[in-house]
Ligand binder design. Sequence first.
Ligand code: LLP
Length: 414
Amino acid sequence: MSFYFQDGYLYCEQLKVKDIQAQIPESPFYLYSKQQITKNYSAYSEAIEDINAIIGYAIKANNNLAILKHLQELGSSAVLVSGNELRIALKANFNPERTILNGNGKTIDELMYAIQNQVLINIDSKFDLQHIQRAANEVGKRANVLIRINPDIDPQVHPYVSTGIKNSKFGIQNKELDWFLDFIKSSSLLNLVGVHCHLGSTIEQTQVFYDATVLMSEFVKIIRSQGFELQYLNIGGGLGIDYHKQGEILPTPLDLINSIREVLDNQHISLIIEPGRSIVGNTSILVNRVIGVKTNGNKSFVVVDGSMSELIRPSLYNAYHHIDLIEPCEGELKKFDVVGPVCESADFLAKDCYLTSPSEEMGLAVWDAGAYCHVMSSNYNLRMRPPEYWVDENQLIQIRKKECIEDYLNLFNI
Ligand code: LLP
């Protein structure tokens, strides 16, 4: 691992996080290991070595331009959910013809922009297909589309990150598949190239992916039997990561691919996978400073300078992120809630976590902050989004500046 403890100090690659904290003027800040991003991507690229597949990194998990450029250079494709994600993907040099646009509410402008760039587009509903057709007509180009099937498979994850069950807002109603196929057949502006599904996020069993691939392969057969030449079977993203650090063995990208390899054999189809969290999740920590320690009633609190504004997953999903002091601290372990300065009781980074009582100014790290953390940060309480740094061959480099209040005030024309 690129983050590890030695003599009571947390390290990122060969650098002591405490020394990094002393050099950086802002707090809190996100700290990444570039080497870990490379390792995680390589785990996917090695797993697909002998099959025809596209790894589409889901930009929504982390859209830092330095990270995107790095993944692009490693050979990744990109998965998008908005026109702006397409803009940043182009800036990072991703080949648009190998990127995929998802979404249940794509606007005509976003669709036109995607079609101009020959992006692969997932059809999410009847109105979405009509909008794609309209956008293709406006642009005067054919749209390459995939149908987003709703597999109705329960991925057994938090309801907010479950997307492929019957009552989810995503995907088409499968019983209406013929309506979609007839519509596409009758249009010279639509080119059906594949099928797509996405079950959810933080999935911990390969069986879920296997079941989805079997089901999707049936759809491929049905659709091909109507004369369509499908090239892609897209099974989405969703592989979980080890947030809990309890020694649990989670499936690797190779386990995932091995579990579906047989199903893909002889289908003459390219696989698309859309991982986000499993590529960037464990590549970053949020480094905070302790402001103070207090007790109210029978609860003890460590108050730090990071908050739900910088990292909302615990408040929003009750998600667990492991917490550690970044430096040695003597004393007995005690149960604390780790909270921020935001004026709201939902503002916490951890509940009931065991720490030795830290002194003011000590460093405290929130682990596994690389996916869905900076991207979901906000200006709540008029806090400025934090800067990002990475360690690249043992050099500390800033890869995003901290937002400043002047940028914010410039949004008002008064
Ligand atoms: N493809 C599609 C169509 C998706 O909707 C998603 C994520 C992905 C790929 C990437 O999934 P991943 O491999 O990262 O699990 N904010 C939540 C996560 C929401 C994920 C939504 N979809 C969180 O913080 O856990």
